[in-house]
Design a protein around this ligand. Structure first.
Ligand code: ADP
Ligand code: MG
Length: 402
């Protein structure tokens, strides 16, 4: 896939550039608990600012239903952007395409930046109706005018058929930002010409979302290590009791099918041999390590156990390529963070090309104190990277192809 880069837009001095970024950060009230996505967005903005452009940033936060909701305001993000870009005039518009946005864009100087309020406060952003999305895209495009340009840099949203991702690209000269370009380059290394052995570690809680990727990885990966919430559907598929652990009953047959196919195709599916089983979903709940075929009926599995952590590390040791998506346990609670820590540590020690994908996985890595530089790549887009690996077309990337 070849995407037009920023250079293709020509001289940007004095021109307004609409940038779609991914600023969907976790918030505790108005406090940003992980600003990774904001920091990842900075280099593209900086390049445009250095070129003398007037930068208009748009993004979404959370899942508001097409109308303003205070708790989903991007105002705290604007504040953080100001701290991260000292010396740059950073304005915040209290609407997306309304009076505040128009005034802020009008007032923009060369080398200045305005962040628009949450795109999803507008029903047109996510509408399934092409005309409604198109009308909203018209308003977004009008903000930067006929001399303007569009830069797609919100990798975490690039798999969505949304106005700011797809429709606006049809209305303005467009290019991929540095973040999207580098994500695509990395994902290509996970799909074409993969260095082997290729190991994939899957975990997290969005089980049915992630089963599809296993289907396509069965033909590509040499080893698939499964932990996190999804593992209990695998253990149950093998006939084991999983107690009160996360379980997707309706996926049992699918998972049995995967296990058989893995056998046929010689793919090593590695499941935990032990589990940390707790009396409740709570940091202070009583918990013990049990073997994964003997989870007591009244317990919840909240992490892979120490023997599994050891086994997983061993399976990653000689891998030339590792893709990791999804924490191994409820890492947000210290007693259940050890499996995730062990996998992160194994990636850090690996001499292979290591990629961490997924919002929570990336947050886990940072929260557990690992340096981002210790990994080959930390993807900002969980869903987007998974869909890419599944071989789906990403509408936002298709829109950038000429
Ligand atoms: P990512 O954002 O990296 O793709 P997910 O969103 O799928 O990952 O899942 C992350 C969440 O999975 C975390 O909040 C973590 O607490 C949860 N999780 C991990 N293991 C378990 C488990 N055994 N039971 C319940 N939740 C789990
Ligand atoms: Mg997540």
């Amino acid at each position: 896939m070849t995407l037009a880069g920023l250079d293709s837009l020509g001289d940007l001095a004095g021109r307004r550039v609409l940038v779609r970024s991914d600023l969907n950060v976790p918030l505790d009230g108005t406090t940003i608990t992980d600003d990774g996505r904001i920091r990842a967005s900075l280099p593209t903005w900086q390049r445009l600012l250095d070129a003398g452009a007037r930068v208009v940033v748009c993004a979404h936060l959370g899942r508001p239903k097409g109308a303003p909701e205070e708790k989903y305001s991007l105002a705290p993000v604007a504040e953080r952007v100001r701290q991260l870009l000292p010396g740059v005039e950073v304005a915040f518009a209290t609407d997306t395409v309304g009076e505040s946005a128009k005034a802020a864009v009008e007032a923009l100087q060369d080398g200045g930046l305005v962040l628009l309020e949450n795109l999803r406060f507008n029903p047109g952003e996510t509408s399934k109706d092409d005309a409604e999305r198109g009308a909203f895209a018209d308003e977004l495009a009008a903000l930067v005018g006929s001399e303007g340009a569009y830069v797609s840099d919100g990798f975490g949203a690039v798999h969505r058929k949304h106005a700011s991702v797809v429709d606006v690209a049809e209305r303005l000269p467009h290019a991929a930002g540095g973040l999207v370009a580098s994500e695509v380059e990395v994902l290509t290394r996970l799909t074409d010409d993969v260095a082997r052995p290729y190991a994939v570690v899957l975990g997290g809680s969005k089980v049915s979302d992630k089963l599809g990727v296993i289907d396509s990885l069965l033909g590509k990966a040499d080893r698939i290590l499964v932990g996190g919430g999804m593992v209990f559907t695998f253990l149950a598929a093998q006939g084991h009791e999983v107690g009160k652990s996360l379980l997707e009953q309706d996926q049992l047959d699918t998972v049995r099918g995967y296990l058989e196919r893995a056998d046929d195709e010689g793919v090593d599916i590695v499941l935990p041999v032990d589990v940390v089983a707790a009396t409740a979903f709570a940091a202070d709940a009583e918990h013990d390590v049990v073997t994964s075929d003997h989870i007591p009926a009244d317990r919840i599995g909240l992490d892979i156990g120490p023997a599994s952590a050891h086994l997983f590390a061993a399976k990653l040791e000689d891998a030339a390529t590792v893709f990791w998506n999804g924490p191994m346990g409820v890492f947000e609670m210290e007693p259940f963070s050890h499996g995730t820590r062990a996998v992160a540590q194994a990636l850090v020690e690996s001499e292979g090309f290591t990629v961490v994908g997924g919002g929570d996985s990336a947050a886990a890595v940072r929260q557990l104190g690992f340096a981002e530089e210790a990994f080959g790549h930390i993807s900002t887009g969980g869903g987007a990277s998974l869909e890419y690996l599944e071989g789906k077309t990403l509408p936002g990337l298709t829109a950038l192809e000429d």
